[in-house]
Design a protein around this ligand. Structure first.
Ligand code: AMP
Length: 259
């Protein structure tokens, strides 16, 4: 799904112009980062940047990167930092990030988070002399990090029950959010697929990676202060509402001027 960027989004709370800026969704595999990113992308008119999705596109296209990544991804292992950092740098040079963007599944290691901090601090956007009111301004706001929390016992069911439409990329769950017709996408009627890394075995390895590496990323952003945590065990709509409210709180804090 592609949506045009829009500069002004009405705040439900204050009915004042609201610029989302860069948003980072954090959390374990299966907490719903991708689902929420898709919804927020539509609501705010800013793109989702999912490193997992970029890697899957490379696999589908049979690129060298895709061939290298597939072996690791199918086992639930991380792709190396340099490769994913390079992918994100490329993606952040597209014009559609001018009003903000949603990072989903990146950064996943402390080294990636530190690379991103440095990149954004010295980024071409910041160096562009952007000022409030400029289209580019929102993209130079500080990164707002929101962590979605779900008990580990729920995650396995979410992951192994997940089915994806290969065309529109929307996501279902055979237990909690089944399609109208079993196995087929409600929008496209396309047969749904299960990601190769959504098996129980790969999920276990992904949780090992998460606990060893990504937990430190959450601590990194928590200590930086631009951080909120939301309860991901609620309905999809309730989680979206919490994320939007958290983003408004973060953007209302002092120090939210463009870098
Ligand atoms: P996701 O779609 O975010 O669940 O990512 C699927 C898989 O892609 C992960 O299990 C990793 O193998 C790989 N991947 C995605 N993003 C990253 C990242 N930031 N760093 C390393 N590997 C990644």
């Amino acid at each position: 799904m592609h949506t045009e960027p829009q500069m002004v989004v009405d705040s439900p709370a204050a009915q004042t112009p609201f610029l989302p800026g860069p948003l980072l969704l954090l959390g374990a595999p299966g907490v719903g980062k991708g689902t929420q990113a898709q919804i927020l992308m539509g609501d705010f008119g800013i793109p989702q940047i999912s490193t997992g999705e970029i890697l899957r596109q490379n696999i589908a296209l049979g690129t060298d990167l895709g061939k290298k990544a597939r072996v690791l991804m199918d086992q639930g292992l991380f792709v190396d930092d340099e490769t994913v950092n390079g992918m994100v740098a490329d993606r952040l040079h597209h014009n559609d990030v001018a009003y903000g963007y949603i990072l989903d599944g990146y950064p996943r290691t402390l080294a990636q988070a530190e690379w991103l901090d440095t990149y954004l601090a010295g980024d071409a956007l910041a160096a562009s002399g952007a000022a409030p009111g400029d289209a580019i301004f929102a993209a130079t706001l500080p990164l707002a990090a929101i962590s979605i929390r779900v008990d580990e016992t729920d995650l396995l069911r979410r992951i192994t029950g997940r089915r994806i439409c290969p065309d529109c990329k929307c996501s279902y769950n055979i237990y909690s959010q089944p399609p109208l017709v079993a196995g087929l996408c409600d929008n496209e009627n396309t047969p749904l697929i299960q990601r190769p890394d959504d098996t129980e075995e790969a999920f276990a390895q992904r949780m090992v990676e998460y606990a060893a590496k990504t937990v430190h990323v959450i601590d990194h952003y928590r200590t930086q202060g631009q951080f909120e945590e939301v309860d991901g065990s609620q309905s999809v709509g309730a989680v979206t509402a919490e994320i939007v409210a958290a983003l408004h709180r973060l953007r209302a804090r002092p120090g939210q001027e463009s870098r």
